[in-house]
Design a protein around this ligand. Structure first.
Ligand SMILES: Nc1nc2c(c(=O)[nH]1)N[C@H]1C(S)=C(S)[C@@H](COP(=O)(O)OP(=O)(O)OC[C@H]3O[C@@H](n4cnc5c(=O)[nH]c(N)nc54)[C@H](O)[C@@H]3O)O[C@H]1N2
Ligand SMILES: Nc1nc2c(c(=O)[nH]1)N[C@H]1C(S)=C(S)[C@@H](COP(=O)(O)OP(=O)(O)OC[C@H]3O[C@@H](n4cnc5c(=O)[nH]c(N)nc54)[C@H](O)[C@@H]3O)O[C@H]1N2
Ligand code: SF4
Ligand SMILES: [Mo]
Length: 702
């Protein structure tokens, strides 16, 4: 007899409700849950892969250890003890910083991991902590901390109520929205137009989102900061600034006038490729529409001026009265608010050993990971822990990172597959995942377009003896502390008590502390989730700065403006600029092992037909693409949908070497991060600049 189980999809930020028909052992079908309070039946092709992941014969079920004869299964007890001992030995011999940690994206979609990983990582006392944050949203957190006083106080564009949406460097029709959880975003965007509103998309490629917009503007990769400064220039010159109720809650407003003087739209048109009258018109419309919002994401974060772009996105929304108002840039009121529990943030408490880049919120940029492993000296990383991450495919100069990982004394991956990164580990600890886990989307409820709350229980039991990520972190913590001889009686007691609380119990406490009188019991009675209403105005009360003022012009920003000015003054166009591309049937690097997602999906370079002609490309050629750090040969497709002088390649491909991904290996594709450059970072935040990388192209005869 088949039954239906309701739960939230954990694959992207949209939090779609799923209705999963099953017979207790197997999934029969996965459909959108039409009764889900938030997603109302929406689903994308990726959700079906949850079945494939569950059934994937390549998925590891038991810990494995690398031996001369290949991988061999070992018991959990042996695996945990060996890992803990290796980490402890490294620390005793070389100091705490000799152990590095990298946390990847699926951790954020895993409430058990969110609630347990930091407790383990803290005990390592290492400064060498890295994560996917610095190849992603770091500039958002950086500016949230400086401007509003907390790194997680990140505003969300209220697309459900806006009448004018400017989308800069995001492709939500494919990505389903980021730092903007909004299931069925296609419909939500269409609703803007249906109520007479307008969508403008600014992107070096005419994307799937551009096609749904009312206006698309091509922009030269990495030049957004100049366009945004010009918008600010126009606002000030034309007296379009509307401080609304923030008049007395801003620090630094007066100083802005002087700073944007040089950035008239005429002055920036050459570098951006956007004509001055087009930009002036756009700025006027944005300022004069009551409910308008400017939204910037990956394309403007992971580039040379990611921090400045996110600063300007915030500033422009604030100065036009589109801040903390319905239809503008708003904050959520989540049922579980982690902000009071975690650090507000900090910058530069320590610096990376080799290049001297500052930590942000306790992490160093992932772009320095390889050099911290490869450069000898005190504090050199000798052992790495990778959890739910595939940095060989997802961080700049993947080839160098692969070499760095190979040189380590010890490496452990907490991962479900033997892939491009975990293949380099000494031990892999595989966890129960997806349909086998309980889930409360702590982070994404905090970044959603409506206040909602939902708890999903596991559909299937984990296999006998298997462990969840949170169980692995807890076991590692205990055993590591024992190996370090740091288990005093009081510590043992404290941890013993803490570990009496499962993630479910911890979530229950957090929910009960929240503003909505919720509990896990109540949420379990509502398997389609609970809608807690539209976003509410809450500033300046919810500012974390003591003076309850927005820091409109942080010193760090003032300083970085010099770098911007220098770029403007010395600008000369590069040969070609490389940008990234997300595809509907991918989830970063790790869903290519699902046949249904891999088919109809491939890794090709997009370039403009006129560029192809200039390069003398023939149809049967491939292209050799080279950058400062690497060279790859890729198949290409010409399209007028990309700007001349720009090429685009999707990330997450490059499935090669001694991996165990039978499906993905049939269509390996090319790793774009063999071209992206670890030295090309946003110097303000340390975020990787994986967009706007200078490359050379050459025809390659197959
Ligand atoms: N050039 C370029 N590079 C990029 C990007 C880009 O746009 N362009 N995007 C960046 C972004 S936004 C991100 S978020 C990063 C992602 O970077 P990463 O997080 O490093 O990479 P993922 O591909 O998400 O890898 C996730 C890993 O987790 C494993 N995994 C999946 N589920 C589980 C689980 O439940 N438990 C455990 N333990 N492991 C699991 C998978 O097998 C896989 O190895 O990539 C970044 N890299
Ligand atoms: N299908 C699918 N969905 C996903 C993911 C996935 O891998 N596949 N990954 C998830 C993750 S981890 C994240 S973080 C989100 C990201 O979600 P989005 O932020 O929507 O990211 P992208 O789709 O990479 O869109 C970035 C856009 O920026 C453009 N761009 C590149 N360089 C520049 C530039 O210099 N200036 C401007 N203005 N634009 C530029 C690119 O052409 C692209 O259209 O997606 C999530 N959703
Ligand atoms: S849009 Fe995201 S959350 Fe929704 S079904 Fe697709 S992968 Fe899952
Ligand atoms: Mo991401």
């Amino acid at each position: 007899m088949s039954q239906t189980h309701f739960r939230t999809c954990n694959l992207c930020e949209a939090m779609c409700g799923l209705a999963i028909e099953h017979d207790g052992k197997e999934v029969i079908s996965i459909k959108g849950d039409v009764d889900d309070e938030f997603s109302q039946g929406h689903i994308c092709p990726k959700a079906l892969a949850l079945k494939d992941i569950y059934e994937d014969p390549n998925r590891l079920k038991k810990p494995v250890k690398k031996t001369a004869d290949g991988w061999v299964e070992i018991s959990w007890k042996e695996a945990i003890e060996e890992v803990a001992q290796a980490l402890a030995n490294t620390r005793k011999q070389h100091g705490a910083d000799a152990v590095g940690v990298y946390s990847g994206n699926p951790n954020v979609h895993n409430s058990g991991a969110i609630l347990s990983a930091p407790e383990f990582i803290k005990e390592l006392r290492t400064k060498n902590r890295f994560s996917a944050t610095s190849v992603d949203q770091l500039p958002h957190q950086y500016m949230a901390y400086l401007m509003y006083g907390h790194q997680l106080q990140i505003p969300i564009p209220d697309i459900d109520r806006t009448d004018f949406l400017v989308i800069l460097g995001a492709n939500p029709i494919i990505s389903n929205g980021s730092l903007l959880s909004a299931p069925n975003i296609k419909k939500r965007l269409k609703n803007i137009q249906d109520r007479g509103g307008k969508i403008v998309n600014i992107d070096p490629r005419f994307t799937e989102t551009s096609a749904k917009s009312d206006q698309h503007l091509f922009i030269r990769p990495g030049s957004d900061v100049f366009m945004l400064l010009s918008m600010l220039h126009i606002l000030i010159e034309e007296n379009l600034v509307n401080l609304a109720r923030f008049e007395n809650h801003l620090n630094g407003y007066e100083d802005l006038h002087q700073l944007v003087k040089d950035y008239s739209p005429e002055n920036t048109a050459e570098i951006t490729g956007i004509e001055s009258d087009v930009l002036t018109d756009l700025t006027r419309q944005f300022a004069n529409t009551a409910k308008a919002v400017l939204y910037g994401r990956m394309g403007v974060c992971t580039q040379e001026f990611g921090g400045m772009c996110m600063w300007l996105v915030n500033v422009l929304n604030i100065l036009t009265g589109h801040f903390d108002e319905p239809g503008g840039y708003m904050f959520t009121s989540p049922a579980i608010d982690l902000k009071p529990q975690i650090s507000k943030g900090h910058i530069g408490k320590w610096k990376s050993r080799v290049r001297g880049l500052p930590e942000v919120g306790g992490e160093l940029p992932s772009s320095v990971m390889a050099e911290e492993i490869l450069t000898p000296g005190k504090g050199q990383i000798k052992a790495m822990i990778i959890s739910s991450g595939n940095p060989v495919l997802s961080t700049p100069n993947g080839a160098q990172l692969e070499k760095a990982f190979e040189s380590l004394d010890f490496m452990v991956s907490i991962d479900i597959y033997i892939n491009e990164t975990s293949k380099l580990a000494d031990i892999i600890l595989p966890t129960a995942t997806g349909l086998e886990t309980d889930l409360y989307d702590i982070i994404f409820h905090t970044l959603a377009v409506r206040n909602t709350s939902k708890y999903s229980t596991a559909l299937f039991d984990k296999a006998e003896g298997a462990k969840y990520d949170w169980e692995v972190f807890r076991a590692l913590k205990m055993t590591y502390l024992k190996s370090m001889n740091k288990m005093s009686l009081s510590k043992r007691l404290k941890i013993g008590i803490a570990h009496l609380f499962s993630p479910e119990k911890m979530l229950n406490i957090l929910l009960r502390r929240g503003p909505y009188d919720l509990s896990i019991k109540k949420l379990k009675q509502q398997p389609h989730g609970i809608d807690l209403g539209a976003l509410k105005s809450q500033m300046p009360d919810s500012l974390y700065h003591k003076d309850k003022k927005i820091n409109l012009l942080p010193n760090e920003v003032k300083e970085d403006l010099k770098r911007v000015k220098q770029k403007l003054d010395t600008f000369k166009p590069d040969d070609f600029l490389l940008i990234g591309r997300r595809q509907l049937r991918t989830c970063n690097s790790w869903l290519h092992n699902s046949q249904r997602l891999l088919k109809n999906n491939s890794c090709q370079l997009f370039l403009h037909p006129k560029d192809a002609e200039k390069l003398g490309l023939q149809e049967k050629n491939s292209i050799m693409v080279s950058s400062r750090v690497g060279q790859v040969v890729v198949p290409f497709e010409t399209t007028e949908e990309i700007m001349q002088g720009v090429v685009s390649l999707p990330h997450g491909w490059g499935h090669k070497g001694k991996i165990k991904l039978d499906v993905a290996s049939t269509s390996p594709g090319t790793n774009i991060n063999e071209l992206t450059d670890e030295n090309f970072v946003d110097l303000l935040t340390g975020n990787a600049a994986v967009n706007g990388v200078a490359v050379k192209l050459e025809a390659h005869k197959n």
